[in-house]
Design a protein around this ligand. Structure first.
Ligand SMILES: Cc1cc2nc3c(=O)[nH]c(=O)nc-3n(C[C@H](O)[C@H](O)[C@H](O)COP(=O)(O)OP(=O)(O)OC[C@H]3O[C@@H](n4cnc5c(N)ncnc54)[C@H](O)[C@@H]3O)c2cc1C
Length: 375
C-alpha cells in the first residue's frame, strides 16, 4: 500500500488526505496548528468564471494543471461530492456546488458570494430572502455585533424586510463578545412574527426556518470546520526531510521521522506558515522557488519586494508554482523531487481572498492526493 504524508491540516491537506485514502493509500496528516481555514467567514468560494481563468490567467494553479475546462469541471464535481459526504460524516453538513454562487450576509449585513456553505448558513441566501420578513437576533451584552444595524443593512442593501429582536442569554460575562456565544443553544424568539430568523454565528441547535450569518475572525464557522477536518491529524511541526536519489524518504519533526512513498506540501500561505513573508518571500521547508506572476519573487525588483506594503492583496499572489502534476518547482523552474506535490494556499498565481479562496485548496488538494497515492 502506498504511504502518503500530508504536511498541513487545513482544507487543502484535508482534501489531499481524502483523495489519497480514496485511492487506497495509507495516509498520515501532520499539522502544527490551525491555519487560514480556521478563520474563513463561513462561505467557501470555489470558482467564478472557469473559462476566463483558463483563458486569461496563465499562472493560476487551475491553468497550470494543463487540463481543459470539462476535465476540471469533472474533477470538481467528483471532489465536492466526496467532500460533502466526508464532512457530513464528521458532523458538519454543507450545501451547494461549484456551478452555483449564492450571496450570504455577514454579521454587518454585507453580502459575500459563496459556492459551498454550511447547512446552517444556506437558509440565508440573500436573493431568496428578498421581500421576506426576517428577524435578526440581537444579544445586548455582546459588544462586537449590533443586530439593529445588521437588520438595517439587510433592508437597505438587499431589500429584505428585516428587523432586530433582542434575546436574553444567562451567564454572559460583562462586555461579552460573539465568541462567548459559541456552542450555546440558540435562544428562541418570544414574538415569532418572521418568515425566517438570522442568528449571529456560533449557536448550536438552530430552530427550523433560521440561519447563521457569516463571521468575522475569530470565526465559529472556521472553528467548526477545523475541528471536523482535524480529526485524526498528528500534531507536530515538520522541520526537515530525508532524501535519497532525488526523492524525499521522510519528513522529520524533532526526533520523529514520518516515512512515506509520497509527500503533499499543503502548508498554507503566511498564516499557515507555508510561505515566509518579508523583503524576499521564502518557502521555509525545502527552499522551493517562490514566484509572483510567473517571475521568481527574489528577482522581481524593488517594487515587488515592497508589494507587501503597497498592495497586500497582490502580494498574497506570491507562492509556489507547480508543473502539470502538481510537483512544486525550484528556483530554476524544475521539479526537484519526483514524489513531492504541493496544494492549497502555498501556491501562488491566484487571488487568495477572492473567487477561488477555497477552490484552489479543494481542487489542488484533491488532485495532489490522488497523484501522490499513485506513487
Ligand atoms: C481571515 C481569512 C478569511 C477567509 N475567508 C474566506 C472565505 O470566507 N471564503 C473563502 O473562500 N476563502 C476564505 N479565505 C481563504 C481560505 O481560508 C484559504 O485559502 C484556505 O483556508 C487555505 O487552506 P490551506 O489548507 O491551503 O491553508 P491553511 O488552512 O493555512 O493550512 C495550512 C496548514 O499547514 C500547517 N503547517 C504549515 N507549516 C507546517 C509545518 N512545518 N509542519 C506542520 N504543519 C505545518 C499549518 O499549521 C496548517 O495546519 C480566508 C482567509 C483568511 C486568512
Amino acid at each position: 500500500m502506498t504511504r502518503v504524508v500530508v504536511i498541513g491540516g487545513g482544507f487543502a491537506g484535508y482534501c489531499a488526505a481524502l483523495a489519497a485514502r480514496r485511492a487506497g493509500a495509507d495516509v498520515t496528516v501532520v499539522a502544527r496548528a490551525p491555519g487560514a481555514t480556521a478563520l474563513y467567514a463561513g462561505g467557501m468560494e470555489i470558482v467564478d468564471d472557469l473559462d476566463s481563468i483558463l483563458g486569461t490567467q496563465p499562472h493560476h494553479p487551475f491553468t497550470r494543471l494543463g487540463l481543459d475546462a470539462v476535465r476540471i469541471a469533472t474533477e470538481l464535481d467528483t471532489a465536492i461530492q466526496a467532500i460533502h459526504l466526508a464532512l457530513e460524516k464528521g458532523g458538519l453538513k454543507f450545501e451547494g456546488g461549484w456551478k452555483h454562487r449564492g450571496l450570504y450576509a455577514d454579521i454587518h449585513g454585507l453580502a459575500r458570494p459563496a459556492n459551498l456553505v454550511p447547512a446552517t448558513v444556506a437558509g440565508g441566501e440573500l436573493r431568496a430572502l428578498a421581500g421576506r420578513r426576517v428577524a435578526v437576533v440581537g444579544v445586548p451584552q455582546v459588544g462586537d455585533y449590533d443586530a439593529a444595524s445588521t437588520a438595517q443593512a439587510l433592508k437597505e442593501l438587499h431589500g429584505i424586510d428585516a428587523f432586530a429582536e433582542d434575546v436574553s442569554i444567562p451567564n454572559l460575562p460583562m462586555s461579552a463578545s460573539l465568541t462567548d456565544l459559541y456552542g450555546r443553544r440558540a435562544p428562541t424568539l418570544a414574538k415569532a412574527r418572521a418568515a425566517s430568523v438570522a442568528y449571529p454565528p456560533g449557536f448550536s441547535n438552530l430552530p427550523d426556518d433560521s440561519f447563521e450569518l457569516l463571521a468575522a475572525p475569530p470565526s465559529p464557522h472556521g472553528w467548526r470546520l477545523q475541528q471536523v477536518i482535524g480529526l485524526g491529524t498528528v500534531k507536530a511541526e515538520i522541520q526537515g526531510f530525508d532524501f535519497e536519489s532525488g526523492r524525499i524518504t521522510a519528513a522529520r519533526a524533532g526526533d520523529r521521522a514520518y516515512r512515506a512513498d509520497a509527500f503533499v506540501l499543503a502548508a498554507g500561505h503566511h498564516i499557515g506558515g507555508g510561505i515566509r513573508g518579508g523583503r524576499k518571500p521564502e518557502e521555509p521547508l525545502l527552499d522551493l522557488g517562490v514566484f509572483h506572476d510567473g517571475v521568481l519573487a527574489s528577482t522581481g525588483g524593488a517594487r515587488l519586494r515592497h508589494l507587501e506594503y503597497l498592495d497586500p492583496a497582490a502580494e498574497m499572489q506570491s507562492g509556489l508554482m507547480t508543473d502539470k502534476q502538481l510537483h512544486p518547482l525550484n528556483e530554476v523552474g524544475a521539479p526537484p523531487y519526483a514524489n513531492l506535490y504541493a496544494a492549497g494556499a502555498v501556491l501562488g498565481g491566484y487571488d487568495y481572498a477572492g473567487a477561488c479562496g477555497f477552490g484552489v485548496p479543494l481542487l489542488t488538494g484533491w488532485l495532489a492526493g490522488t497523484l501522490a497515492a499513485k506513487q
